[in-house]
Design a protein around this ligand. Structure first.
Ligand SMILES: O=C(O)c1ccccc1NCC(=O)[C@H](O)[C@H](O)COP(=O)(O)O
Length: 210
């Protein structure tokens, strides 16, 4: 089965086109004002994508008003919850929005993986991401976790691998984890929040070769 890629934190037509041209399966838009990748939903909605491409909105403990507005204005096919959302909250979001719901699970130790089980039958996908230091952004920090922690773990849901990936290490990450979907943000940037079309192309090429 081929491996697919989500390119996260996009905000310009050129970089969205680079993701599409590279064969990405999903693009991500970050709706979190503290992030250098923050984008207003209307602007994300103007970024055109073909119908087969998933459009995932990234949120951190969002309220219903933001979610409802962003799904419509940015034409999202899914939302990625990157805060401290409980299983009950994830279920409520899914029932309210009717789009795919991904739950990010921050990982530093093997015990951290257990949190994924709470979302069985509730979320559509788990995104394993590196746990970031307190007081920093909960994602998009270019940090990776020990991929070997996933070895032998019984995944409760479809899942994606994230955290510190780039064109140089993604093949190794896929080899170790057998991930079928990988997510990247800072590994395809020239500076925080500034996506680089050549790095997006190189990342997609490395994923396609797996
Ligand atoms: O990217 C952000 O700025 C961000 C801010 C707040 C919550 C989540 C965020 N990103 C989520 C993602 O899906 C990133 O792609 C993921 O954390 C991996 O990032 P990176 O390690 O930089 O590749």
């Amino acid at each position: 089965m081929p491996v697919s890629a989500k390119i996260c934190g996009l905000s310009t037509p050129e970089t969205v086109d680079a993701a599409i041209g590279g064969g990405a399966s999903h693009v991500g838009f970050v709706f979190f004002p503290k992030s250098p990748r923050d984008i207003v939903p209307e602007r994300a909605g103007q970024l055109a994508t073909p119908g087969h491409l998933g459009r995932i909105g990234v949120f951190v403990d969002p309220d219903d008003a933001l979610l409802t507005h962003a799904v419509t204005a940015a034409r999202l096919t899914g939302v990625q919850l990157h805060g401290e959302e409980t299983a009950e909250r994830v279920a409520a979001v899914k029932a309210r929005l009717g789009v795919e719901v991904w739950k990010a699970v921050p990982v530093r130790t093997r015990a951290d993986l257990d949190a994924a089980r709470a979302y069985r039958g509730v979320a559509d996908r788990i995104l394993y991401d590196a746990k970031t230091p307190k007081g920093t952004l909960p994602g998009g920090m270019g940090l990776r976790f020990d991929w070997k922690l996933l070895d032998g773990f019984q995944h409760p849901l479809p899942w994606a691998l994230s955290g510190g990936l780039d064109a140089a290490n993604v093949a190794e990450a896929i080899g170790i984890t057998a991930a079928r979907l990988v997510d990247v943000s800072s590994g395809v940037e020239s500076a925080p929040g500034v996506k680089d079309v050549d790095k997006i192309a190189a990342f997609c090429k490395a994923v396609s070769a797996c």
